[in-house]
Design a protein. Structure first.
Length: 316
C-alpha cells in the first residue's frame, strides 16, 4: 500500500517496473469549499468509494495564504483559524475514499522550520507549524511539499531561492550554510511520517535526484504547460538515458505524479494524448487542466477537460 510506507521502504531501487496504467487522478484543489461547492461536489462524486467508483484518489488542499487556513499575515502575526468548511470537505473526501494532502511550501529548502520573517516583511509560522496544524486540526492524510528541489541537490549544498512574486534579484538563502537537500528534507519527512503517520508528496515540478525517493511517497516530477509537455525536446530528454529523470523506471509508477496545465478548453480530447504520453513516461498520478488550480477544469456539457480526466484515468 502506498500510503503508510516507512522510510525503510521508500529508498532503494528495484528492477525496472513498467507503467501499465494510471494509479489515478490527483487534484490540486486550491479553492475554498465555501466559494466553489459545486467543484468540490464534482471531486467527491468521482472518488473510489463513491457510487461512481471513480479515479480521483488524491486531493491537495491549500487555503488563501499558501498553507492551512489563517488570518491574513501581518508583520507581527499569522494566526491559524479553524475553518469548519475545510473540515467538512475533508470528511466528505474521506467518505468518498479520497486521500487529502495539506499544502506546505518549502522554498526548495530555504523556508525555515520555525517562526521567521518573510522576504517581504511578513510573519511566518514556519514549515513545522504548518505541518502540525494540517494534521492536528484538519486530520489530513499527508502533506504536499511544494517548491521542491531540483537536480544535484540531494547530496550538495542547496542554492538560494527566488520567491514567487518577489522582485527580480530577490533571493532567500538556505536555512543554514551548506545544508543539503537530504539535510533539509529528512527532518521534515520524519515529522510527517514519524509524528503523524502521514504520507508525503514532494513537488519539484521538474527533474530532481532519485535520493528524494527516501523522503517522499510520491514525487511530482513534471508540472508543465501542455504544449511543452507534448513537444518540447528538453522535456522529452529528461526521461531518456542520461536525462534528469532517467531513473524513474526503477520505481513503481504509482510513486510519480505529472501536472499538465494549459489544455485547450475547446479541445478536451488533448487530455487523451497527454495521458498516453504520461503513461509512456512512467507516470502514475495525473492532473490535466485548462483552468489552473483555483477551480476545476472546464465542465461544459458533453466532452470536457474534467470529463476527459475522469474517462482517461478510468480507462488507461
Amino acid at each position: 500500500m502506498l500510503l503508510g510506507m516507512g522510510m525503510a521502504l521508500l529508498g532503494g531501487s528495484a528492477a525496472p517496473v513498467k507503467a501499465a496504467s494510471l494509479a489515478g487522478i490527483a487534484v490540486p484543489a486550491y479553492f475554498s469549499p465555501l466559494g466553489d461547492p459545486s467543484d468540490w461536489s464534482s471531486i467527491t462524486a468521482w472518488g473510489p468509494s463513491s457510487p461512481n467508483a471513480g479515479p480521483v484518489k488524491i486531493v491537495i488542499m491549500d487555503a488563501a495564504y499558501n498553507g492551512p487556513p489563517t488570518n491574513a499575515p501581518t508583520a507581527t502575526s499569522c494566526t491559524y483559524i479553524t475553518d469548519t468548511s475545510y473540515i467538512n470537505e475533508i470528511t466528505a473526501c474521506h467518505a468518498a475514499g479520497i486521500k487529502v494532502y495539506g499544502y506546505v511550501h518549502c522554498m526548495a529548502g530555504c523556508r525555515p522550520y520555525g517562526v521567521n520573517t518573510t522576504w517581504n516583511g511578513l510573519y511566518d509560522n514556519g514549515v513545522y507549524a504548518d505541518i502540525n496544524n494540517w494534521f492536528n486540526v484538519y486530520h489530513v492524510d499527508g502533506i504536499f511539499l511544494d517548491e521542491g528541489p531540483g537536480v544535484g541537490t540531494w547530496s550538495a549544498a542547496l542554492p538560494k531561492f527566488h520567491p514567487w512574486g518577489s522582485p527580480t534579484g530577490t533571493y532567500v538563502n538556505p536555512i543554514s550554510k551548506n545544508i543539503t537537500g537530504s539535510g533539509y528534507y529528512t527532518p521534515v519527512y520524519n515529522l510527517i511520517w514519524g509524528s503523524h503517520s502521514g504520507a508525503v508528496i514532494l513537488n519539484p515540478g521538474g527533474p530532481t535526484d532519485s535520493g528524494y525517493m527516501n523522503v517522499a511517497n510520491i514525487i511530482c516530477v513534471m508540472e508543465e504547460d501542455y504544449s511543452d509537455y507534448m513537444t518540447n525536446s528538453w522535456v522529452a530528454a529528461q526521461f531518456q538515458s542520461g536525462g534528469g529523470l532517467s531513473w524513474v523506471g526503477q520505481y513503481p509508477s504509482s510513486r510519480f505524479m505529472h501536472i499538465i496545465n494549459g489544455i485547450p478548453y475547446d479541445a478536451p480530447l488533448d487530455v487523451d494524448s497527454a495521458v498516453s504520453l504520461a503513461i509512456s513516461r512512467h507516470d502514475g498520478y495525473i492532473y490535466c487542466t485548462d483552468e489552473g488550480y483555483n477551480t476545476l477544469p472546464s465542465q461544459v456539457s458533453g466532452s470536457s477537460v474534467w470529463g476527459e480526466n475522469i474517462w482517461d484515468a478510468g480507462h488507461y
